[in-house]
Design a protein around this ligand. Structure first.
Ligand SMILES: N[C@@H](CCC(=O)N[C@@H](CS)C(=O)NCC(=O)O)C(=O)O
Length: 219
C-alpha cells in the first residue's frame, strides 16, 4: 500500500489519512508530490486522478479522496477502532468528519496549515469567531462526553480529520477553551503526529499560497 502526499508542512488533506495509517500501524510507503516548484500542477495532473493529494494506492485500486481512504482503511481492518466501535459514537464521529470536510471555510482559508511557522496576532479574530465557536461546541461537546483525551476517548479518524485544526490554532495562537487546548496538546503528543511534525520541520520548501505573508489577503 502506498500513499501519495503533499509537503508535510502544509498539506492538511495528506496529514489526515497518513495519521490513520501510522497511528493504527498499517504497513505503507509514502511519496511526496511537492505543492511547489515549477510544473507541480502538471505533475499532480499526471500522477493523480483528481490533481490532488492524498491518493492511496493498493494494488490496482487508487483512492483519491481523504474520507474514502479512511473508510477503506477501516474496512480493511474492522478489528481496529479507526472509527469508534459503538454505532452511535461512530455516527457522531462520521458527522464531525463530514462537517470538517465541507465546512470551517473561513478558518481554512485565513489560517493555512504551516507547521513550521509561529504567527501570533495575525488573524482577524472577528472573522474566525463563528468557526471557533462551532469548534468549541462540536469538539468541546465530544470531549466533555468522552472525558478525552481524544474526541471519542481513544484516538480515532475523527481526531485525524481535525488534526490540521489543532495545528492552525497553535500556529496562529487562536484563543480556545482549556478543553480544546488539552485536546490540541494530546494531538501534538500523539507519536504518529510527532513523526509527521518532525518531518515537516525538516522541510525547506515554501508554498506561497499557504504562507500568510505571501498569500492573497482578500478573503
Ligand atoms: N477533496 C480532497 C481534497 C484534496 C486537496 O485539496 N488536496 C490539496 C493538498 S492539501 C491539493 O492537492 N491541492 C492541489 C491543487 O489544488 O491543485 C480530499 O478530501 O482528499
Amino acid at each position: 500500500m502506498k500513499i501519495l502526499i503533499g509537503n508535510k508542512n502544509y498539506s492538511t488533506w495528506s496529514l489526515r489519512p497518513w495519521l490513520v495509517l501510522r497511528h493504527f500501524g498499517f504497513e505503507f510507503e509514502e511519496e511526496i508530490l511537492k505543492l511547489n516548484g515549477e510544473g507541480w500542477k502538471q505533475v499532480f495532473k499526471e500522477r493523480t486522478p483528481t490533481g490532488t493529494v492524498p491518493v492511496l494506492q493498493d494494488g490496482d485500486l487508487e483512492i483519491p479522496e481523504t474520507i474514502a481512504i479512511i473508510e477503506y482503511l477501516a474496512d480493511l481492518r474492522p478489528d481496529l477502532a479507526v472509527w469508534p466501535k459503538d454505532m452511535k459514537q461512530r455516527a457522531r464521529a462520521r458527522a464531525l468528519a463530514a462537517e470538517m470536510h465541507a465546512g470551517f471555510q473561513t478558518l481554512r482559508s485565513l489560517c493555512p496549515m504551516n507547521l513550521r511557522a509561529d504567527h501570533p496576532d495575525r488573524i482577524d479574530l472577528d472573522k474566525v469567531a463563528p468557526n471557533l465557536h462551532r469548534l468549541e461546541s462540536a469538539l468541546g461537546g465530544a470531549l466533555e462526553k468522552s472525558g478525552g483525551p481524544f474526541l471519542f476517548g481513544e484516538f480515532s479518524a475523527a481526531d485525524a480529520m481535525f488534526a490540521p485544526v489543532a495545528a492552525r490554532i497553535r500556529t496562529y495562537h487562536l484563543p480556545v477553551s482549556d478543553t480544546l487546548q488539552q485536546w490540541i496538546d494530546a494531538i501534538y503528543a500523539l507519536p504518529a503526529f510527532q513523526d509527521w511534525y518532525t518531518a515537516a520541520l525538516q522541510e525547506t520548501d515554501i508554498v506561497p499560497q499557504d504562507e500568510i505573508d505571501m498569500m492573497d489577503q482578500t478573503n
